[in-house]
Design a protein around this ligand. Structure first.
Ligand code: DX5
Ligand code: ZN
Length: 232
């Protein structure tokens, strides 16, 4: 059973970059909990986005909410201290992109951030076998990484359920985050599968009224997390 409070993490990939500070303020004022920060290097994924300077700029702008840095870069380790200094809260990475996964997890922790592992749609959960006891976040990709606005891959639901079982069995407080194609109309099923942290880019920033879409998402999550009624 999911126990951590649900969090909405808008992906700023779909924000208006010319007005990024105001966009982040607006989405947090509208009820978002976490800033999801997509870092792409045009090498590990075929797109290029933002780095530590932008993270630092958001902190200087006054953002105090957790910043959830999703690294889609290869190699990984070189950039971790820079993001820690820039004010990152959580740093997650794709295990395929690191030569030494255990070392990378340790590096994130040493620099005062919370480490997470990210799983692409075809990446097996076996990476968790020797890492789950060390991480604070598992991020399941429900699209292939690289772009916002893609369609949710339904097979991700089975994977979320499997991770939920692993986390519950571990007895540790580990967030289960899902990223890609999340909308108000599929978020209930994602919550029911066991997720507690929901990334949404285009579904939030593509609407005029951020509060309305975040409110609808929170309601749907609550419905998905409601315990099943007891049968007579
Ligand atoms: C994809 C990114 C996602 C993406 C989500 O590589 O990791 O965070 O921006 O965007 P939507 O919600 O539009 O699928
Ligand atoms: Zn992401």
């Amino acid at each position: 059973m999911t126990s951590l409070a649900p969090l909405i993490a808008p992906s700023i990939l779909s924000a208006d970059f010319a007005r990024l500070g105001a966009e982040v303020d607006a989405v947090l004022a509208a009820g978002a909990d976490v800033v999801h920060f997509d870092v792409m290097d045009n090498h590990y994924v075929p797109n290029l986005t933002i780095g530590p300077l932008v993270c630092e700029a958001l902190r200087k702008h006054g953002v105090t909410a957790p910043i959830d840095v999703h690294l889609m870069v290869k190699p990984v380790d070189r950039i971790i201290p820079d993001f820690a200094r820039a004010g990152a809260s959580w740093i997650s990475f794709h295990p395929e992109a690191s030569e030494h996964v255990d070392r990378t997890i340790g590096l994130i922790r040493e620099h005062g951030c919370q480490p997470g592992l990210v799983f692409n749609p075809a990446t097996p959960l076996s990476w968790l076998e020797h890492t789950l006891h060390q991480i604070d976040l598992v991020l399941i990709m429900s699209v292939n990484p690289g772009f916002g606005g893609q369609k949710f891959i339904p097979e991700a639901l089975r994977k979320i359920e499997a991770v939920r079982r692993l986390i519950d069995a571990s007895g540790r407080e580990i967030r289960l985050e899902v990223d890609g194609g999340i909308k108000a109309d599929n978020i209930e099923a994602i919550a029911r599968a066991g997720a507690d942290t929901f990334v949404a880019g285009s579904a939030i920033f593509g609407q005029k009224d951020y509060g309305a879409v975040i409110g609808a998402m929170k309601q749907a999550i609550a419905a998905g997390r409601r315990p099943e009624p007891l049968r007579a």
